[in-house]
Design a protein around this ligand. Sequence first.
Ligand code: DAH
Length: 355
Amino acid sequence: MPRSGNYSERKRNKMKEQLAKIKEEALAAFRAAEDAAALDELRVKYLGKKGELTGVLKMMGRLSPQERPVMGQLANDVRAALEKALEESSRKLEAAALELRLKAEAVDVTVPGESVSIGHQHPMNIALDELKDIFIGMGFTVMDGPEVELAELNFDRLNAEEGHPSRDWSDTFYFDTDSRVMLRSQTSPMQVRAMDTMPLPIRIVAPGRVYRKDEVDATHSPMFHQVEGLVIDRGVTMADLKGALNAVAEKLFGEGTQTRFRPHHFPFTEPSCEMDVQCYKCGGAGCPTCKGEGWIELLGAGMVHPRVLEMSGIDPEVYSGWAFGFGLERLALRRFKIDDLRLIFENDVRFLEQF
Ligand code: DAH
């Protein structure tokens, strides 16, 4: 017994020493750890399954039953102390890392910002929006339609029959050899589309692209924009046409703007006319803006031809209407004092920035 007693006592003392040494070493190491990864390695080293503390605990079996709980308690105290120190170190490292990140990511809110340049509308859209506003204010609805159109709607239903000069291949972009599908050459087929789909009375404007086989120059382009207008109701007369279009001219060019209506011919209106406005620059005396004429041509118009109404199933004895169509480019060029149509379509930012 004394022998084994001595043996056990030596073991016990040895274990105590080991525990104390582990504790001291571990605490120092935890405090010195430089980052979370290093700290984790130390955790495994001292507290892991194969760690130093576990190694000592494994030797508990060699102690006498009376000594085991005492040593067990001691070992648990060491474990608790290590865990607490580990946690403290970990919190300190985290705080330090956060501090570093905040410093690195600091934003100096007093540095002046970079200015962002925001684009704006194309002059054509500005002109179109002004026009839409005028017509919407007069009770018109804005209508949109296809640029690829049936020749039937672009010509036949507008009373321009087979053989009409505007149907010629040299003027029109057809898709097929029998000339049935085409790029619309005017927005006027929108009149037919309105009559075919809308309940009466009708009051629409239809802006959009149109296409003709024209060479590009300062005043021509194979693609340009028109705005079509159509009014159909009971008892509509030429006086309504003139009154409404005079009001539009005043809104566009200022109160008191003088207009004149000249007889003309369009297949889908009868009578037909062209409307001019007195030159807003020279007041009619003649100047470069009006090319010495005193008047500027604005649009084509007329009373909807009874046959056009009939083809759309509208009784010309009960209903009548007036229509107009004009080129939007001309209006925009005048509005912004641009002298070459090509500038409108080249999309050179140096030009567009000016509006
Ligand atoms: N579509 C005609 C053109 O392109 C313009 C036009 C004239 C439209 C008279 C109309 C109108 O609605 O009544 O030249």
